[in-house]
Design a protein around this ligand. Structure first.
Ligand code: AHM
Ligand code: MG
Length: 286
């Protein structure tokens, strides 16, 4: 275990690198929207930008004093880079949206443990959203801060991001006939109460929930009992952001932060958002 103060400096440096690299990732997407002839470890088709953004982040994050491991959705193995915390990254979440020119994100989690690590080992997590403007949410301690990024500028938009009361939106992944019956019954209720917002990039859809209240899920499917999203790179970091913002997360029966990690690229059903809707989801799947 590292000293608390050493952590703080390392987490500061990780957040700085993500914030400084995001505007560069955004402008560097031009000319990198085509697919490469490779799959990532989860079997997804890779886009040129996925591989490029992963390389950029690996290079910069692994050079930080106090970062001991780098791992990403786009490479099979953990990169060892010394002593210290582990940084797990989804370099371009929702990169299939590059083709249709829609929103995407970058997700990061900093773990005080070797990967694969547990949610309780997380010391900070956050995401960048490449929307009409570039924003970044960072969850640390008991606070989520939202920034707007532009060039070298990082302006604070909100010092204490909290999911609003009175939920408004929902977004659920997977094909409807592939939803298990109990999840489909839950959706029947939710769609009478909330309005649909689903864009195919978890970060963009989750940020709708953070902004308006509601629920996002990429659930277990009949054809994929662990869903699509990955525990280390997506489930745990997003669960941490949402819970720190006053919401709840679940794999269907427990917080995403309590799920036992067994392998680096393991998948997990993800349900996050306003507590009421996550509680009802767990009751429906019981
Ligand atoms: P990616 O990180 O490889 O882009 O995949 C994850 C994305 C999530 O952002 C999103 O929720 C999901 O895949 C969308 O999947 P689908 O296209 O099946 O709706
Ligand atoms: Mg992703």
């Amino acid at each position: 275990m590292m000293q608390e103060s050493a952590h703080d400096a390392t987490v500061d440096a990780v957040v700085d690198v993500i914030a400084e690299t995001a505007p560069e990732i955004r402008t560097g997407l031009v000319g990198r929207r085509g697919t490469v002839d490779e799959e990532n470890p989860s079997g997804d088709e890779q886009v040129e930008a996925d591989v490029w953004a992963d390389g950029l982040l690996e290079d910069r994050l692994s050079r930080i004093d106090g970062v001991g491991q780098y791992a990403s959705e786009e490479r099979p193995e953990v990169v060892d880079c010394g002593e210290g915390v582990a940084v797990a990254v989804d370099p371009l979440d929702g990169s299939s949206n590059l083709k249709s020119n829609n929103a995407m994100g970058t997700i990061f989690g900093v773990y005080d443990a070797e990967l694969p690590a547990r949610g309780e080992d997380l010391v900070a997590a956050g995401y960048v959203l490449y929307g009409p403007v570039t924003t970044m949410l960072v969850a640390r301690g008991d606070t989520v801060v939202e920034y707007e990024l532009s060039g070298d500028e990082r302006g604070v938009i909100e010092r204490d991001v909290t999911i609003p009361d009175d939920p408004v939106v929902y977004g659920f992944g997977g094909r409807v006939p592939d939803w298990p019956d109990d999840f489909a019954a839950y959706v029947d209720e939710v769609e009478d109460e909330l309005k649909l917002r689903y864009g195919g990039a978890m970060i963009a859809d989750v940020n709708q929930v953070v902004t308006y209240g509601g629920v996002f899920a990429y659930p277990a499917l009949d054809s994929a009992p662990n869903g699509k999203l990955r525990l280390q790179f997506e489930g745990i970091p997003i669960g941490y952001v949402i819970e720190t913002a006053g919401g709840a997360s679940s794999d269907g029966s427990q917080s995403l932060l309590s799920v036992e990690p067994t392998e680096l690229h393991q998948r997990v059903p993800v349900h996050v958002g306003s507590e009421e809707y996550v509680d009802r989801l767990e009751a429906a799947l019981d």
